[in-house]
Design a protein around this ligand. Sequence first.
Ligand code: 7TS
Length: 404
Amino acid sequence: MNRRADFPLLVNNPGLHYLDSAATSQKPKLVLDAIRDFYENSNANPHRGAYALSVEATERYCCARERIAQFLGVGDPSCLVFTRGTTESLNLVGASWGRANVKSGDEVVVSAMEHHANFVPWQQLAAEKGAKLRICELTTDGRMDLDCLRSIVGRQTKIVAFNHVSNALGTINPVREIVQIVREKSGAILVCDGAQSAPHFRVNFDELDVDFFAFSGHKMLGPMGLGGLIGRRAMLEAMPPYQTGGDMIEFVYDDRTTWNVLPHKFEAGTPNAADAVGLAAAVDYLDAIGADQILSHERRLMASAQTRLSAIEGIRIFGPPPAERSGVISFVLGDVHPHDLATILDGQGVCIRAGHHCCQPLMRRLDVAATARASFYVYNDESDVEALINGVLKAKEIFGHVAA
Ligand code: 7TS
């Protein structure tokens, strides 16, 4: 798979080894073209105009929703609400369902490997309502400890929020088992953070059997600023709006307002139609490659990086074995600070992430302040692994002996 030629930024920067797709992906030309085409040929405010151009903009926005819903296995496209991304989607569930349903004495469960976007909203909701935040601890190799989950979920649990794939470790969580445990022991809703799964393998919302699923378009070859929340129709219909304003209303009386139907009830204001069109083009591109191909390609590169990094003295790799991870590898090199490592790699044209990856609760449990993280996607190949290894060897040379 050599897709580099499809990505203008990579073509324009021939020496660049982009290994930070877990943060955001690069964009293929066809996505940029689709966005430009919308603005050049169809731009008008959707839902508002009686004239043909506005109808066309509305249709393109609607078709984009249908296409993205189909890609994510959502039978009913009205249950896909566009948001700014995963962060906004999770905040929406917290502010709307959470505020309406969680009360004093209830419990909210999250895992210890959550991104702050799927941790802080629940922590704050619990604090506001006098509820308790319970944390599902991890096994030593960075999986959710399902025995711990069993022991903390009960009738008092109102929400269980967990990621499909960890951004810091690459762990792929066993959604089916998690759902089964939670449903057996409680009436809690299940909120799945799919920011790191939707881009990398086949996600079918209807089969996942969770209540809400959040994702970000910019991590799956789409533009920044558009993602979504998928929810069960009955729940979305019963929830109060998240924001109020234009488009989300049915009737506005002097003293009260009634709400528009789904998905509009949760899409106040002018929608981000051009970026929805861009994301629809991105999922066309991903589908043309094939979900299985994408995951196996990333895993091959990540496993190769794992083998070669493991051979370097002083390297410590976090998370489960490669066969149980997505294309993410998190590591430290002795006592070299990951930021120093990333700076040296940058000098070699290698972009990796260094830091806590917005997972401070996880870093505390790993007993490190930060890790270095390389993440792979469709445009990477073995030359990127080679550059990563050479960069790490160079860092080792610069820092001399590294204490393990
Ligand atoms: N959840 C997970 C699992 C994520 O990886 C991220 C972003 C988010 C939520 C938030 O997504 P956003 O699009 O709303 O910002 N993760 C990362 C990362 O790993 N490095 O930079 C952003």
